[in-house]
Ligand binder design. Structure first.
Ligand code: AMP
Ligand code: MG
Length: 269
């Protein structure tokens, strides 16, 4: 387990993304091989906690994943949840809204996919896109996206008040690392399917996205739904940090198996 304190964005403070080292391996003595080895027991711990959450069926966990393109959202889900029973975990990706979704408020499609008792929901992108890409591309007026910070804080408070633990993770990569990952997608045949020319357009807007992320994270990290900024240039370290954050959150929830029924005298014929 890593010490996750450095990655918490303390509510009311600035995220200060530019000052955070995306290549950090703070608190871990070793490299990639050791890191991958160290993830295995964390996978098992997560699996055990998820089983208890599911059995208890009284609380729920929402994990929100945000990152720049190539930031590693998919890879994180794959490696951190390895060995976790897929029953009880749902992954939802949020792309550009369709016409029917656009005909509603921006939280409408999000709220429908929040987890049920006993469940874990992972959002691969989320309502944060509505203050990120929507802001950067000018899809709604500034007045409209700006008031969303308050909606979001209150929406997440509603979820928390009603029994959902909300954990928000920003996978923080450098612009240089993104270049390398995009080039790898071009170069390696088994990665080419992931290459999206539109990502090159978004890359040109890196600074704008950085400003948008900085403000969104600073304005919406709260006691009831904190943001963690995870150093993500090194995938193995990113996985360790994310697993540690999720284990901490689940340990705090402390799900317990329901009381055993009285089976005195019960016989299987
Ligand atoms: P991907 O995650 O690669 O499938 O890409 C999904 C795309 O949908 C990204 O470019 C997102 O920025 C975009 N997207 C997600 N949510 C919204 C939204 N609310 N409004 C506009 N674009 C969005
Ligand atoms: Mg994109």
């Amino acid at each position: 387990m890593l010490d996750i304190a450095p990655y918490l964005v303390t509510p009311g403070t600035e995220a200060n993304l530019a000052a955070r080292d995306t290549r950090s391996t703070e608190g871990f003595d070793g490299g990639k091989l050791e890191g991958k080895e160290a993830l295995k027991p964390l996978n098992s711990t997560l699996a055990e906690l998820q089983t208890r959450l599911w059995a208890e069926s009284k609380q729920k966990l929402l994990i929100i994943l945000q990152a720049m393109d190539t930031g590693g959202k998919d890879g994180t889900i794959r490696s951190v949840f390895e060995g976790v029973n897929p029953q009880g975990v749902r992954v939802w990706g949020f792309g550009a809204p369709n016409e029917w979704e656009l005909a509603h408020d921006y939280l409408w499609r999000i709220h429908q996919r929040t987890p049920e008792n006993g469940g874990i929901a992972i959002f691969n992108r989320s309502h944060y896109e509505d203050v990120l890409i929507v802001r950067v591309k000018g899809l709604v007026s500034e007045q409209r996206w700006r008031q969303r910070f308050d909606h979001i804080v209150e929406f997440e408070r509603l979820l928390a008040d009603e029994g959902t633990t909300v954990v928000k993770l920003f996978l923080h990569i450098s612009k240089k690392e993104q270049k390398e990952r995009l080039e790898a997608r071009l170069r390696e045949p088994d990665k080419r399917w992931k290459f999206n020319v539109a990502d090159l357009e978004d890359r040109k807007l890196w600074e704008d996205f950085s400003v948008a992320y900085e403000e969104a994270i600073s304005r919406t990290s709260s006691e009831h739904a904190p943001w963690y900024v995870v150093p993500a240039d090194r995938k193995w370290y990113r996985d360790l940090a994310v697993a540690s954050i999720l284990i901490k959150a689940l340990e705090k929830m402390n799900p317990t198996y329901p009381p055993e029924p009285d089976l005195e005298g019960v016989v299987v014929e």
